[in-house]
Design a protein around this ligand. Structure first.
Ligand code: NAD
Ligand code: TYD
Length: 343
């Protein structure tokens, strides 16, 4: 019998990839609004940072440095737990275009090891996925992907995420694993790695570098505050239907140039203070998800729907937490420059 996950019961949740952007925001929320204890398993790759978990109570959060591909380690942690939530991933499209190996390993094999543990120990599994599994949409339409849309990933990153989602569905169907999946649009908010679009441009401006826009900047992304993603996952964990996928989105589709102009305006720079740089190969044009069914089924909807306010708070967070990112900035920009030079 699989154990039921309830926020007001004392339960143990394994959070894989909990030292990254979304995982660490998830753990902060868990500690605030539930009675759960958390065991974090994280390899601390370039994207993981122990500072993201600073200040959390040590009697409720235990940290294990380790790889989700390490079966013995995962089993030793999972065997006494009630649930696994999997945020562990190589998560950056640009990197996947230059070195796909780690993406296959962590995103596919790591999911296999975690879901096998969920199967063996009869525990709940929640899988964190992305809208990019559906591929892209034309820019000049207002259509959205639904759960009925076929998977058509375009990048090595999204192909590995799609493969992992298929593993989860197969383990539900073949072995009755008690799993759910969330498929979410682009996130923004505190603790996001500065290689990603929004924090990269904010930290460029804070270090007298010019923002960098790929191509013409017309590509569209749908933006959801990370807190809303985390609340969505909480809803799915506690009241989602086993075997189902849930789409999480905001309805806020914006072109990259519009997002950048908003950042420039809030940070009081001229609207043309940026460089257009060489486009990402295979750059997906537009992402959009229809989350109507999630909203009605789970009574979930984005609370942080004022994007300008959310962006302003995020900019403020990067201004107040310079120590968190500054040592990394030069390295990140050097890597971008090297990739640009080699393409
Ligand atoms: P992130 O890159 O900030 O964090 C990933 C974490 O996983 C890091 O702490 C890293 O150290 C850890 N990790 C990597 N390989 C590991 C391994 N082999 N074993 C253990 N830990 C490992 O990523 P994120 O933005 O927080 O994304 C988390 C999940 O959400 C990913 O699955 C991603 O595909 C998905 N997602 C992200 C977004 C977004 O906008 N960021 C949107 C939708 C879905
Ligand atoms: P990113 O944050 O890498 O997320 P994703 O590829 O998962 O959507 O990029 C968001 C958008 O911003 C994407 O269309 C690529 C674009 N982009 C830039 O224009 N400049 C940049 O420096 C980066 C990192 C991304």
């Amino acid at each position: 019998m699989t154990k039921i996950i309830q926020s007001d019961r004392s339960q143990t949740v394994v959070v894989a990839g909990g030292a990254g952007f979304i995982g660490s925001n998830f753990i902060r929320t868990v500690i605030e609004i539930t009675q759960w204890s958390v065991i974090v398993i994280d390899k601390l790759t370039y994207a993981g940072n122990l500072l993201n978990l600073d200040g959390l109570p040590s009697d409720r959060v235990r940290f294990v440095v380790g790889d989700v591909c390490d079966k013995e380690l995962v089993d030793s942690i999972a065997k006494n737990a009630d649930a696994i939530v999997n945020f562990a991933a190589e998560s950056h499209n640009d990197r996947s275009l230059y070195a796909a190996g780690p993406f296959l390993k962590t995103n596919v094999e790591g999911t296999f090891v975690l879901i096998e543990a969920a199967r063996r120990f009869h525990i709940r599994y929640h899988h964190v996925s992305t809208d990019e599994v559906y591929g892209d949409l034309p820019i000049e339409t207002d259509t959205s992907f639904t759960l009925a849309s076929p998977y058509r990933p375009s990048s090595p990153y999204s192909a590995t995420k799609a493969a992992a989602d298929h593993l989860v569905s197969a383990w539900v169907r073949s072995f009755g694993v008690q799993a759910t999946t969330s498929i979410c649009v682009n996130n923004y908010g505190p603790y996001q790695h500065i290689e990603k679009f929004i924090p990269r441009q904010i930290t460029n401006l804070l270090t007298t570098r010019r923002p960098k826009l790929y191509g013409t900047g017309r590509n569209v992304r749908e933006w959801l505050h990370v807190y809303d993603h985390v609340f969505g996952i909480m809803k799915i964990l506690t009241s989602g239907q086993i075997g189902k996928s849930y789409l999480l989105s905001s309805g806020l589709g914006l072109s990259n140039i519009d997002v950048l102009r908003l950042i420039l305006e809030i940070m009081e720079f001229p609207e043309d203070y940026f460089d257009c740089v060489i486009d990402r190969p295979g750059h997906d044009r537009r992402y959009a998800l229809d989350s109507t069914s999630t909203k009605s089924e789970l009574n979930w909807s984005p609370r942080y729907s004022d994007f300008r306010a959310g962006l302003k708070d995020t900019i403020q967070w990067y201004k107040e937490n310079v120590d968190w990112w500054i040592e990394n900035k030069r390295n990140v920009e050097e890597q971008y420059a090297r990739r640009e030079a080699s393409s």
